[in-house]
Design a protein around this ligand. Structure first.
Ligand SMILES: Cc1cc2nc3c(=O)[nH]c(=O)nc-3n(C[C@H](O)[C@H](O)[C@H](O)COP(=O)(O)OP(=O)(O)OC[C@H]3O[C@@H](n4cnc5c(N)ncnc54)[C@H](O)[C@@H]3O)c2cc1C
Length: 286
């Protein structure tokens, strides 16, 4: 059991970890798919550093939190739940924590697919655990080809009549036993409700539900699993980084705003201190 689990090891996650570790908390940091910093060639606008490469700053942050005793694991978080503590399922193991900090970075672009936006909530979903029940004995498809897509498909398979993996042109995962289509998708069909998927070669597939699970489970996907409120695609927090769920805090690009290292570090520090207060208050009530 960890005192706090932080999803994300970029500036926001590492900054939160610094404050938690220095307050004697047992901290787990999970990271998968890299920080935006790794795409930043040179930063010249961070306090005290005239010029630094994004990858160097990222590594320094990880070294710093490891030195302070944080456990850092390169694992993809696939699922979140709560049973009095927060339970995180990764592609490797499950972990529990008393507090959770979301420092998951910027929201990834969805597929610019005709019909996708319009059919959200009308057959298009981003969370198998949340919406799978509505597709009992129906035909569903999962869009994606990574561990997250396979995880979502495993949730749907016992419920749905058929579960098909759609990779939008990417290779079908070798480990999957599900039926799959590796053709490019051109459009979704349906007005009142999703009825099918069209492919570039002119063929189509009848589906009632499409679960989008592209790449890594991102902020939106994870938020939906726990019931965290989103505002315009960002996690909603108050001025002290509290989300709508007690014990869950968020910081950095996943809450929107300036989307810079300076703001991520500041918000991470506040989230870390608030998580520490939460953990200590819980301990006093036991
Ligand atoms: C090209 C480019 C140039 C930039 N230049 C500058 C600049 O000059 N100055 C500046 O201040 N900012 C710059 N930025 C922005 C800056 O990089 C971000 O604001 C900052 O990295 C945000 O920090 P963060 O901790 O919120 O998110 P990130 O650094 O993006 O970290 C997100 C973390 O969440 C993890 N994660 C997400 N989902 C999961 C999951 N399911 N399981 C496990 N881990 C997960 C990722 O692996 C990563 O560790 C630039 C960004 C880009 C892309």
């Amino acid at each position: 059991m960890f005192d706090a689990i932080i999803i994300g090891a970029g500036p926001a996650g590492c900054s939160a970890a610094l404050y938690l570790c220095r307050g004697n908390a047992r901290v787990l940091l999970l990271t998968h798919g890299g920080s935006s910093l790794l795409q930043a060639h040179t930063l010249e606008n961070y306090y005290g550093l005239t010029s630094v490469s994004g990858s160097e700053l990222y590594q320094q942050g990880l070294n710093q939190v490891r030195r302070l005793g944080a456990t850092v694991k390169e694992e993809e978080v696939l699922d979140l739940s709560y049973d009095g503590n927060f339970i995180l399922q990764t592609n490797v193991a499950a972990y529990t924590g008393k507090a959770l900090i979301m420092a998951t970075g910027s929201v990834r672009a969805s597929l610019p697919l005709p019909g996708l936006k319009e059919l959200e909530g009308k057959g298009v979903s981003y969370c198998a655990v949340c919406d799978g029940f509505f597709f009992r004995k129906k035909k569903v498809a999962v869009l994606g080809n990574g561990a997250f897509a396979l995880h979502e498909a495993a949730v749907l398979e016992p419920l749905a009549a058929t579960t098909t993996l759609l990779t939008d042109g990417a290779a079908l995962p070798a480990e999957s036993k599900l039926p799959g289509v590796d053709k490019k998708i051109t459009a979704l069909e349906g007005t009142e409700h999703l009825t099918g998927v069209q492919f570039a070669d002119g063929s189509r597939l009848d589906v009632d539900g499409l679960f989008v699970a592209l790449g890594t489970a991102d902020t939106n996907a994870l938020a939906r699993k726990l019931g965290l409120v989103l505002e315009k695609n960002y996690l909603a927090v108050d001025q002290t980084m509290h989300t709508n769920i007690p014990g869950v805090f968020a910081a950095g690009d996943c809450i929107g705003g300036l989307n810079q290292v300076a703001t991520a570090v500041g918000e991470g520090a506040i989230a870390g201190m608030e998580a520490l207060k939460f953990i200590r208050a819980q301990a006093q009530h036991k």
